[in-house]
Design a protein. Structure first.
Ligand SMILES: Cc1cc2nc3c(=O)[nH]c(=O)nc-3n(C[C@H](O)[C@H](O)[C@H](O)COP(=O)(O)OP(=O)(O)OC[C@H]3O[C@@H](n4cnc5c(N)ncnc54)[C@H](O)[C@@H]3O)c2cc1C
Length: 405
């Protein structure tokens, strides 16, 4: 990109991802002169790879209940002002075909590229200028104007919007830029860690389980401590055993609440009352692993029967305390993950710009007028299932409306 003349904008948006593009489009259509700068060669890469290429763009049930933040009330205002229904109506206007997959999750029928096209087109309608790849070198403030030093020259904006996302998937250009700018302007940033991420294991209990790699089944999973920052949560979702550890929606959800050193609890047969089934005399002639195979995949049934050396035995051959031990093992399996698979495999960043620094109606810094933070860089993280994009849309909309008012 060659250097261009110095220019003046009503708003400069740094980061042309989900939140940045949506904010720019809305602000442009409200009459602001908007510039979007992004360092990526290809725009919207994270959207393109989202939802397995079909972009789970929102969730019918999106509400503050599905978000983690040190201040659980912060997201309320933005989510109320721009809801899942608002974005669904926009998607319908573009005649993008979509379907509900599971628990209110809405996916494009065809491709996530449809959402990128929608965002870019909204920007076009707002006469937004999008420049990429552009190297953003520094940000400073002079009187009432924000100055951004870039590889295409210095740009001036009345408002500056930080929308460079979080740290997941560094290979497609994720960076800590927004967090660094927050710190530069003396804004607090909460502890960050990878979220919606598979968990890895090193202990012996798991080395035998890794032989079951590829197996997927519905479980009930819980993680977190009631008195910790984000509390604890229970999910009924599918779990996937991999050769490195545990993954699948159940584990990704639980990872948001898990902290290093803690155990997670899995109920492998949550739809069955194992205690009464194993003690029921009607079942006394059933072979343990055959009975377990009525509840779960056969390989896993064999695994659990072998764990307590009950393979090939009938219930009648086991003492009551042994039957209870097996019921407890299935209903309250507790395991301590060694860690997560990190930023490379995470879908979101937990933590970010401390919400106490921002006005929840506008996303504007309380200390610095006309400085805004939106999307994933803010300490608001959604559960799996379209809630993270909904936060991008809602926070972007709140910011755009505020800048235009
Ligand atoms: C594999 C994967 C699948 C996902 N699937 C879903 C899903 O189906 N549903 C859902 O709700 N959420 C999903 N997410 C999460 C979702 O993608 C994010 O929550 C969302 O993209 C955040 O929007 P954002 O605009 O804040 O950040 P981003 O969309 O990440 O955009 C940030 C932009 O800033 C640019 N940028 C970064 N650093 C700089 C810098 N230093 N200078 C200039 N530009 C910079 C980037 O190039 C990027 O374009 C998924 C995430 C991943 C990784």
């Amino acid at each position: 990109m060659t250097k261009s003349a110095v220019d003046q904008w009503d708003a400069i948006v740094l980061g042309g991802g989900a939140a940045g593009l949506f904010c720019a489009g809305v602000a442009g259509q409200l009459g602001l002169k908007v510039l979007v700068l992004d360092h990526a060669q290809i725009l919207g890469e994270k959207i393109r790879i989202s939802g397995g290429g079909r972009c789970n763009f929102t969730n019918l049930h999106s509400s503050p209940h599905y978000f983690l933040s040190l201040n659980p009330n912060f997201a309320k205002s933005a989510l109320a002002r721009y809801s899942a229904n608002d974005f669904i109506n926009l998607v319908k206007r573009y005649q993008i075909a979509f379907h509900e997959k599971h628990q209110g999750q809405l996916f494009c029928d065809e491709s996530a590229k449809d959402i990128i096209h929608l965002l870019v087109n909204e920007c076009k309608q707002g006469k937004v200028r999008i420049c990429h790849p552009v190297d953003i070198q520094s940000v400073s403030r002079t009187k009432d104007t924000w100055a951004v030093e870039t590889s295409m020259g210095r740009q001036f904006g009345t408002a500056l919007v930080l929308a460079t996302g979080g740290l997941p998937v560094p290979a497609i250009g994720a960076s800590a830029f927004s967090l660094e700018i927050a710190k530069q302007f003396d804004l607090a940033v909460t502890e960050i860690r990878p979220g919606l991420v598979p968990l890895s294991f090193t202990d012996d209990a798991f080395s035998s389980m890794s032989e079951l790699s590829g197996l997927s089944l519905p479980v009930q999973i819980s993680a977190g401590k009631k008195n910790s920052a984000y509390g604890s949560h229970l999910f009924n979702e599918d779990l996937l055993i991999t050769h490195k550890g545990l993954s699948g929606p159940a584990v990704l959800q639980a990872s948001n609440y898990w902290h290093e050193g803690e155990s997670i609890q899995i109920n492998w047969a949550y739809e069955r009352d194992c205690h009464s089934e194993f003690l029921n005399e009607d079942n006394r002639l059933k072979v343990v692993e055959h009975h377990l195979a009525e509840m779960m995949p056969k390989k896993l049934a064999d695994f659990f029967a072998a764990q307590l050396n009950f393979s090939g035995r009938k219930w009648t051959e086991l003492a009551k305390k042994d039957r209870i031990a097996l019921a407890n093992l299935l209903n309250q399996w507790s395991v301590k993950p060694a860690g997560t698979l990190g930023w490379k495999k995470a879908e979101v960043m937990l933590g970010g710009v401390d919400t106490r620094e921002l006005d929840s109606q506008s996303m504007m810094s309380k200390k610095h007028p006309n400085l805004y933070f939106i999307g994933e860089c803010v300490d608001v993280t959604g559960h799996l299932g379209g809630h993270n994009f909904q936060w991008a849309w809602s926070s972007a909309y709140a910011c755009a409306r505020a800048m235009a008012s």
